[in-house]
Ligand binder design. Structure first.
Ligand SMILES: [Ca+2]
Ligand SMILES: [Ca+2]
Length: 719
């Protein structure tokens, strides 16, 4: 009988109890939920546990009081001494455990931790969990903060669900949750200091050189998060905005003219009468003593003079632009909350006004006008802007950030943006940088596919170095892969309708990308979902999502899951606020942490999609071809599809069959002859070049040449 028996000697400074947390166990896929299983004391300082059905497992031993071993990988029975050394034969006093003595040879002894993050140099080995830090898990209520806009009130009129709620402390506490789900990288929203009426998401930067204090705690700084993630073998992907700043300028660099928010009084009201949750009296930042929204040392003297004084906003202030005096009820809201594009400092900002109408399908206005009233277009081609942004982000790379995700890529001209990307890659060789070039549609630009926009604003253009919008092959790989919005867009018409029909067509255009295996693939994210309007959390049946994940996890590209997908969180809700009265709780960005609390975590981790994604991650991690190989021999017929992934470097080769809606009998031609084992069912087939496989509805067959056999346990969708 297969069984792994582990004995551990309690270190003297540990508590009297010992537990074992197990994951990635083979062949059963067995795993425990933290804190895992209690180990049985033997009375001589040693603790033991038997793991039936397990040959190999990753594990951590801990005492439940914060002391624990590093991550261990164990493939044979063994005795772990208090000094941290594994012994095969056990201590002299081990006769009581005679029956479980290891029947193994010393040659089979395996004792090493998973490779540390710095040794995993090919990002295609990772899978990504994407979360909005402020909406994930609250570890420190004392740093939580309500934005000025979209405050939610309960029936008694009390403000609830602060926008800035989740934080680094909470994320550190939940790293084991993400690791248990099988992800090895976390993409967090921009952590730099923000400023706007609704800035909890991080895309309205005010100071790139500082981490927003609403994310940090004294014992959970950004550095602490990076270190804690690395200690668990998890990489951190930092989201970076290059294209724009917030509407107030950049601390220490440039000021954008406006009046201090605390002097704003709505029509028909009077100063001091604001009744808005924590914003009592006026709308200035309630967390700051002076109740100003900014503290910019380069603001003009008349502005700075009020930054630390007059928190109630009552002392008359002359608006230098108009000569009028505030506070004055109904006085131009735009002077407080808006900008005048004509007044912007040309050393920092573009001077061409706001994007509107047809600008969205035209490169120059898209890249040189302002995206929105709280996203002011930076003069990214100027050296001072480059020096500031590149220098600021280098610091985070030095702190250990493993990868970057670049926001609003199509709003910065490609060669200009590559200057930034390449500067960071030069600073940290091997750095993985990917971009967000949002397109709803195939995104082939001048290559057709019903695209109204030119190639120069489409994802493939940024993955290439050429300058011919009709010829991707005119230039090589830029080394700057993108989120795969093309594949995402097809999900509206494929998995959302219970079919794969049309998938082969999009895959036939894979050649346009610099390196298609580096694209980051997804079903949905904080901006979009695969529905007719591209704006709701996936609202299809659960089995449709499962079939989408089967495709994403076996196809080229690096899979990325948006927080909550694993439990169909806020299914069908708009990704962002939609109606005038929506608060975040109505959206796909609702607070997730309630599902991670002790009373609910078990339910969360037993959701069929949680188990499904967990197993897909386990399978993908075990098969290099799924991570890195090109996709060949693609066949697709609506109800199913098949393809081959053969990776030359590692020799790993997988033949994949997928079924959606109903069972499929799938014939896969052109496989390399040899013995294939299905990672899903464990079945073996000796093939002379052809595989005939039966795939159950919404399941997958993943036949691997000389493969490891079945990985993980069957669930409703992989069986
Ligand atoms: Ca908090
Ligand atoms: Ca721009």
């Amino acid at each position: 009988m297969t069984e792994l028996v582990i004995h551990v000697q309690r270190p003297e400074d540990w508590a009297e109890t010992m537990s074992i947390h197990v994951w990635d166990a083979r062949p059963s896929g067995f795993s425990t939920h933290w804190p895992g299983l209690p180990m049985e004391p033997r009375g001589d300082g040693w603790f033991s546990i038997r793991l039936p059905g397990v040959q190999v497992a990753r594990l951590v031993i801990h005492d439940g009081q914060g002391r624990q071993t590093q991550d261990l990988l164990r493939a044979s029975n063994g005795w772990l001494t208090a000094g941290g050394t594994w012994v095969e034969d056990g201590p002299p006093a081990a006769h009581a455990m005679e029956s479980s003595r290891p029947a193994v040879t010393r040659a089979s002894r395996i004792d090493h931790s998973p490779r540390p993050v710095e040794e995993r140099t090919d990002f295609r080995e990772e899978t990504i969990y994407f979360l909005l830090t402020t909406r994930f898990y609250d570890g420190d209520p004392s740093n939580s903060f309500f934005c000025r806009d979209r405050i939610q009130f309960d029936a008694q009129g009390q403000p609830i669900d602060p926008h800035w709620r989740g934080d680094f402390k909470g994320l550190i506490q939940q790293l084991d949750y993400i690791r248990d789900l099988g992800f090895t990288a976390i993409w967090i929203t921009p952590p730099v200091e923000n400023r706007s009426g609704l800035d909890y998401h991080g895309y309205h930067a005010y100071d790139w050189t500082r981490i927003d204090p609403r994310l940090e705690s004294p014992d959970a700084t950004y550095q602490d998060l990076i270190d804690a993630a690395h200690a668990k073998g998890i990489k951190i992907i930092q989201d970076v905005v290059v294209n724009h700043s917030c509407q107030y300028g950049i601390r220490g660099q440039v000021h954008i003219d406006h009046l201090p928010t605390k002097y704003y009084v709505p029509q028909g009201s009077e100063q001091g009468r604001v009744d808005h949750g924590p914003y009592q009296g006026n709308l200035g930042n309630y967390a700051w003593l002076g109740r100003d929204d900014i503290d910019n040392p380069v603001a003009p003297a008349w502005y700075r003079e009020r930054q630390g004084t007059d928190p109630e906003g009552r002392e008359p202030l002359v608006d230098p632009k108009t000569g009028e005096t505030v506070p004055k009820p109904g006085y131009q809201p735009g002077r407080f909350f808006g900008i005048d594009p004509a007044d912007l400092d040309p050393a920092w900002y573009h001077q061409e006004g706001f994007i509107c109408g047809g600008d969205w399908e035209s490169a120059h206005p898209l890249q040189n006008k302002h995206l929105a009233g709280d996203c002011i277009d930076l003069a990214t081609e100027r050296q001072n802007v480059k020096d500031y942004l590149i220098g600021a982000i280098k610091r985070y790379l030095d702190m250990g950030v493993d990868a970057l995700r670049i926001d609003t890529v199509k709003h910065v001209e490609r060669d200009n943006l590559l200057e930034y990307v390449n500067a960071w890659k030069a600073h940290k060789p091997g750095l993985f940088v990917f971009g967000e070039n949002l397109v709803k549609g195939y995104g082939w630009g001048d290559l057709g596919g019903g695209d109204n926009g030119p190639s120069q604003i489409r994802p493939w253009w940024y993955t290439r170095l050429g300058h011919d919008p009709r010829d991707p092959l005119a230039g090589g790989d830029s080394g700057f892969p993108q989120l795969d919005f093309g594949l995402f867009s097809t999900f509206r018409d494929t998995v959302s309708r219970g079919t794969y029909a049309g998938t082969a067509q999009i895959l036939s255009m894979d050649w346009i990308y610099g390196d298609v295996t580096q694209l980051v693939t997804f079903l949905q994210n904080h901006d979009v979902g695969p529905d007719n309007d591209f704006k709701y959390r996936f609202q299809g049946e659960q089995w449709m999502a499962a079939a989408a994940y089967n495709l994403i996890w076996t196809l080229r590209g690096i899979p990325c899951l948006y927080y909550g997908e694993e439990i169909e969180f806020m299914k069908g809700a708009p990704q962002d606020v939609e109606g005038e009265r929506d608060t975040l709780a109505h959206t796909g960005r609702a607070y997730f942490g309630d599902h991670l609390e002790p009373g609910r975590i078990e339910q969360t981790q037993s959701h069929p999609l949680y188990r499904h994604i967990q197993r897909l991650n386990l399978i993908r991690r075990g098969i290099p071809a799924l991570q890195k190989a090109p996709v060949t021999e693609v066949r697709e017929w609506g109800g199913g599809m098949s393809f081959i992934r053969a990776h030359a470097d590692s020799g790993s080769c997988a033949a994949v069959g997928l079924a959606i809606g109903q069972d499929q009998q799938i014939e896969i031609q052109g496989v390399r002859p040899g013995l294939y084992r299905d990672a899903v069912s464990g079945r073996e087939i000796q093939s002379g070049g052809h595989l005939s496989v039966h795939v159950k509805a919404n399941s997958a067959a993943i036949y691997v040449l000389d493969g490891p056999g079945k990985i993980g346990e069957d669930g409703p969708y992989l069986r």
